[in-house]
Design a protein around this ligand. Sequence first.
Ligand code: TA6
Length: 304
Amino acid sequence: MPQESIQQLNRRLGLAPSLVFEAGEGGLTRAVLRTPAADAHVYLHGAHVTHFRPRGTAPVLFTSARSAFESGKPIRGGVPVIFPWFGPRRDDPSSPMHGLARLAGWSAAASQLLDSGDVELSLELASSPDTRRLWPHDFRLRLTVRVGAALEMALEVANTSQTAFDCEEALHTYFAVGDVRRVQVRGLEGCDYLDKTDNLARKNQGQQPVTIVAETDRVYLETTAACTIDDPVLARRIVIEKSGSANTVVWNPWIAKARAMPDFGDDEWPNMICLETCNVGPSALRLGPGRSHRMAATVRVGQM
Ligand code: TA6
């Protein structure tokens, strides 16, 4: 489908000054959502939320200064939408990392300004000959982003095929922190996790908060808990509540991995931590024909 012009988008879904479409980084189309409580940016490329900043605090999402902003490449930071596989594709390593959704051009589907002053934007991606060449199933994705004092993101996956399919999904959120070495993540106490830095060894978190002292890449299993990120440098607590998600991934690339990523600054790793809301691996979704699933994450900032 030919992409709508910015003028057409604003005519159809713009809610100036609360929701305005414009040319963003790299000329990619983005929606700028401005509310009394917070601002946010959402790109049509990948339905990618790149910015969320409540009044009176530093930006909550990290986006790399080295990120690409061009079709065919993922944006490094913000909230990549991961579907239908997480990480490398086990049955075809030549497929793009983390699936096809974050590389696709989504369409803006609906917008609304709520009485609370919150602004909501929905984006959709339907299967096509292009997606079927990568993944032979029919689907429709809908990401609904609500911005106010909190950032609410809901990913709905619908199986429009005639047969069931298995898929993985994630809201792969990059959070901005003052110094990741001083951050404590709570909510995962007692959970088992797969340690991707140790050949997927199954371990248990124990009763201590998660702290980052080296490259960290963990898939926490069977956890529906809200998590908090305590950041003493920025003197704030980020709270992530979720629904429809059985896994939480915690990732920081640390020094060597940061150097190895061309779209990530060598010195950026202390200022980010990924805490990802997902259904992956043993908790991958199995969707029957005509069935759908909703996974949501809500992010807000509080005091430590
Ligand atoms: O979620 C953690 C992870 O799977 C890491 O293993 C690392 O690959 C990260 O995602 C970033 O992946 P990307 O494809 O965006 O470079």
